[in-house]
Write a protein that binds this ligand. Structure first.
Ligand SMILES: [Fe+2]
Length: 212
């Protein structure tokens, strides 16, 4: 990737630090049908409500569960452990509970007749997946500044130009065009929706992806 850094004017940044590095956002060589993704989303919200997992302006619908265990996707299991720096001390704290992602190997039967099953089968052939969820970010809202245990795979389904993910000090909009991204959520990051419509992404935990 070539970057034109001649327009960067912040002279407080040393010359060799002026180039933005997007390597924590990696577009994959797989593409899905965005119309079918949106149709599948419309189908599942007819049959399932979002879990808020105790987080404001956030919702999750799990597409996978621990085999035979519907409770494995309820409550704060819709979220999972993360680390955040909540106050002026800058000290890191742990939030929520650790989840054994590798156990989430069963695609939930209620959604088997949607396009998400085909998407899940294709993704499973290419990645070692943990939980696969449909995540909602409400308008004019943000997550905490946090890091997660593993990288995450994103397929934007509904988005708007005011939806950005920030990793470290680099921000990127991921368009809803059927593309698949893997993002380095092991670094501190955030996602916000500055638009006036919901942001909907399919998000999967990826257990075998290495960033360098
Ligand atoms: Fe995260």
């Amino acid at each position: 990737m070539s970057v034109d850094n001649t327009n960067i004017v912040d002279l407080n940044i040393k010359k060799d630090e002026r180039v933005l590095d997007f390597r924590d956002f990696q577009k994959q060589g797989i593409k899905f049908d965005i119309d079918k993704l949106q149709e599948a989303y419309n189908q599942i919200v007819q049959i399932k409500k979002f879990e808020d997992a105790g987080v404001t302006h956030f919702g999750a619908i799990s597409l996978t569960q621990i085999p035979g265990d519907p409770d494995s996707v309820k409550g704060n299991k819709a979220r999972g452990v993360y680390w955040t720096k909540p106050d002026k001390s800058g000290k890191e704290v742990t939030r929520d509970i650790k989840i054994d992602e590798s156990q989430y190997s069963e695609f939930i039967k209620d959604y088997e007749n949607t396009y998400f099953k085909e998407v899940y089968d294709t993704l499973s052939k290419n990645f070692k997946l943990g939980r696969v969820r449909i995540l909602l970010k409400e308008p004019r809202s943000t997550l905490s500044w946090h890091r997660d245990p593993e990288p995450r795979l994103h397929i934007p389904i509904i988005t708007n130009p005011g939806c950005l993910m920030v990793i470290d000090n680099v921000a990127k909009h991921m368009p809803a065009d059927g593309s698949v991204w893997v993002t380095n959520n092991t670094k501190y990051h955030n996602a916000f929706n500055g638009g006036e419509e919901n942001r909907i992404h399919l998000v999967a935990c990826v257990l075998d992806y290495k960033f360098n």
